[in-house]
Design a protein around this ligand. Sequence first.
Ligand SMILES: C[S@@+](CC[C@H](N)C(=O)[O-])C[C@H]1O[C@@H](n2cnc3c(N)ncnc32)[C@H](O)[C@@H]1O
Length: 252
Amino acid sequence: MSVARERLSTAARRAAGGAAGVGARLRAVGFARRRRRLSKRYLLGSGLEIGALHRPLAVARGVKVTYVDRMDVAGLRAHYPELGDAQLVHVDAIDNGEALAGQRDASADFVIANHFLEHSEDPIGTIESHLRVIRPGGVLYLAVPDRRRTFDSDREPTPLDHVIRDHREGPAWSRTLHQREWAELVEKVPPGELEDRVRWLEEHDYSIHFHVWGREDFRALLEHARDVQGLPFTLEELVQNDHEFIAILRRT
Ligand SMILES: C[S@@+](CC[C@H](N)C(=O)[O-])C[C@H]1O[C@@H](n2cnc3c(N)ncnc32)[C@H](O)[C@@H]1O
């Protein structure tokens, strides 16, 4: 759903043709260029990309990336039928990207997680796991969709207190709330069909956007993670990139 709707909005802009089509193409070029510019500036050596799917981050020549996802390519094709025959990245390691239990401490120069953190049920715990596998001085590259500019625009930003509670108590308490909010405000499921849809999302472990942020909401979350939770990083960049923002964290 998430992947489909972002692609549909691009396709719709393209379908408009003429000046609007040219504008959309220029925007897409600018979007990719800004991702690449930060990648070339900050990513060196070898590391991981979690959930690259159909849009792996471009990296400089000589940089080595191991691709991690929660399922293999066949599983991803079944989960995201809307991607059709788009090329998907080969999955080198199947692992839960929230914990990265298969990765050793301080073993990576970088971790890339683009359009992944909003799928995570415990974002603070996820950032902590990513920092665990990055060596001191290494980089966490996070691109996160900006809720104001995507299909999440009818949802309220996730309050910081909510994310803190997910981290402290575990996220099970809020799972169904998120699935209902997703079905209602993103998928626009009619009230009479809502409970069936929520059950389907749960049974299929469907990868929804559990939490949503604008750039400044996300800054507050990062500052809390660093200053109150004590996660070891400095914030090098937090920049808008069209319908997403990109945060560069350096492991201290
Ligand atoms: C929306 S796609 C992101 C695609 C691409 N990175 C981008 O920038 O558009 C989310 C990806 O994260 C993966 N994913 C979701 N939850 C995961 C988890 N717990 N562990 C590992 N991968 C996960 C999905 O399978 C999918 O490949």
